[in-house]
Design a protein. Structure first.
Length: 73
């Protein structure tokens, strides 16, 4: 259980960096009157697309022939 908690903390550190860099990039690209709409759209899309992309990625990874220990029949 401590390993699971430690890995979850490591994941949180990595994902928080991605979120802050994304918001900072949008803040640099758009003017002040457009910024709120773009940041809101970005966070909304990421919240809705993240589970779908995670499922697709896991299916591709699980079915990958390069995984160690995988035995093809």
């Amino acid at each position: 259980m401590p390993v699971l908690i430690g890995m979850r903390c490591l994941q949180a550190i990595g994902s928080s960096a991605v979120i802050s860099v994304g918001a900072g990039s949008l803040a640099d690209m758009y003017e002040v009157h457009e910024r709120g709409q773009k940041v809101g759209l970005s966070s909304s899309l990421s919240a809705h697309l993240r589970p779908i992309l995670l499922i697709i990625f896991q299916c591709l990874l699980i079915n990958s022939p390069i995984l160690p220990g995988r035995k093809d029949s």
